[in-house]
Design a protein around this ligand. Structure first.
Ligand SMILES: Cc1ncc(COP(=O)(O)O)c(C=O)c1O
Length: 443
């Protein structure tokens, strides 16, 4: 039988995170904070696609740099030096926390995390890695096993044994994690719990603690005041490395180059991806402390990836860093409180919104039944329930604004491009407002 002619919707492409019930637009072009589909519909992209097009769409500083690189050399082996690759590594090291000096490139966020744990294991000679429940660190085998989110982890672990990972609770006072009346109490309890897990896993076996400075898809929660200082102290006490997964929070998303910089804590390794090139080309990597880098510079590294540090992607990275330095991160700093106030206003108008949390241009709006305080439907428990939160997102989508789903999907995530100004924030929050009304009036 011959192959059928295909429309985009029925093409050979299988979308990632695919759900047979979702209707997907075919996005064909973008400009600034907006994208357009093949039917001519305009969408305000309040998710930067997947938390990654930080500089907005069609940024010429980036595209021109990529085009210029295409005319010079298109690929250089990742086992060799290349001028743009070296320049980007130096620029990333310049904006990273003071104690981090060297960069090892990868391709995706999952691979950056896998690389970071390879380096941590080789360097410490220990093998366990501790990560938080309800976290997301990627979908390849080791990165999926690091993830606390059961949808991802179960999909990986159903078919393959993954070893060397332990989990601890995130610093949250919901879903039965910790009861606390203040941030300080939450930080103290969450850190004491981490120490309990670490000592029970045997510190002599634990190479690293890996966590996102601000929850990414897991719900935009910053650590409570003091939390990261306590975590750093615990890692130092037991000779365990601290790895910050900055795949979402890196490159300005939360108002600083890296999310951990707001905490005044120095991690031993940072992983990055997404915003590094504003997603104009795939690029990721690990930034390391000098003692770890010098260990590998002396001993050598037996592994690598063909496309790690691809020159076209590195050129995109240089263009993106120019654009961020040229006012885009400043735009986040300037308008973050406008976004925050607008979201708190939204929460005041709807008693189904239980919490608003985030930092910079990365926020979560958390929904719960006002009578019980529990999620309307918890999709990790009731897998086939009719979830009003996803209905709100679909409704907003139909009204022309794209938002993200959280892990768990009891929250809506906002992660706009840094090009978004108060005008776009007003549009996004008004649409969310009317989408909440439309869904919960019926509920
Ligand atoms: C915090 C975090 N780490 C790692 C990843 C995995 O990145 P990638 O999808 O590029 O493999 C993601 C992706 O969303 C992420 O949010």
């Amino acid at each position: 039988m011959g192959k059928q002619p295909k429309t985009a919707e029925h093409s050979a492409n299988i979308p990632h995170w695919y759900s047979p019930t979702s209707e997907l637009p075919t996005i064909t072009h973008g400009d600034g904070s907006y994208v357009y589909d093949d039917a001519g519909n305009e969408y305000l992209d309040f998710l930067s696609q997947l938390y990654c097009v930080n500089a907005g769409h069609s940024n010429e500083t980036i595209t021109e740099r990529m085009a210029e690189q295409l005319g010079r050399i298109q690929y250089v082996a990742s086992s060799k030096h290349n001028d743009v690759r070296s320049e980007l590594a130096d620029r990333i090291a310049d904006v990273a926390p003071e104690n981090l000096t060297d960069v090892f490139f990868a391709v995706s966020g999952s691979e950056a995390n896998e690389t970071a744990i390879q380096l941590a294991r080789e360097y410490t000679g220990k093998s366990k890695i501790l990560t938080r429940w309800q976290s997301y660190h990627g979908a390849t085998y080791a990165a999926g096993a690091l993830s606390g989110d059961p949808e991802t982890r179960a999909t990986i672990e159903r078919h393959a044994a993954t070893t060397g990972h332990g989990k601890f609770l995130p610093p949250l006072s919901e879903n039965g994690a910790f009861e606390a009346d203040s941030e300080k109490e939450l930080a103290r309890k969450a850190a004491a719990h981490l120490e309990f897990v670490l000592t029970n896993e045997d510190p002599d076996e634990v190479a690293a603690v890996l966590m996102e400075p601000i929850g990414g898809t897991s719900g935009a929660y910053p650590g409570p005041a003091d939390y990261f200082q306590r975590v750093r102290e615990i890692c130092d006490r037991y000779d365990v490395l601290l790895i910050a997964d900055e795949v979402i929070t890196g490159f300005g998303r939360c108002g600083e180059w890296f999310g951990i910089q707001t905490e005044s804590v120095r991690p031993d390794l940072i992983t990055f991806a997404k915003g590094c090139t504003s997603a104009y080309a795939p690029l990721a990597g690990v930034i390391t402390a000098p003692e770890i880098a010098s260990h590998f510079r002396t001993e050598g590294i037996d592994v690598g990836q063909t496309f790690g540090g691809h020159p076209i992607a590195c050129a995109a990275g240089l263009g993106a860093m120019d654009a961020y330095e040229d006012g885009l991160i400043e735009n986040v700093r300037q308008h973050a409180s406008y976004l925050e106030d607008a979201l708190y206003g939204l929460a005041d108008r709807h008693d189904v919104i239980a919490e608003v949390r985030g930092r910079g241009y990365h926020w979560a709006v958390v929904f719960a039944d006002p009578e019980t305080g529990d999620p309307f439907v918890h999709p990790w428990i009731d897998k086939h329930g009719d979830n009003p939160v996803s209905a709100v997102r679909d409704e907003a989508n139909d009204r022309g604004v794209l938002f993200g789903s959280g892990r768990p999907d009891t929250q809506i995530i906002l992660s706009p491009p840094f090009t978004a100004e108060p005008k776009e924030i007003d549009i996004a929050v008004d649409v969310l407002d009317s989408a909440v009304d439309a869904v919960f009036d019926e509920y």
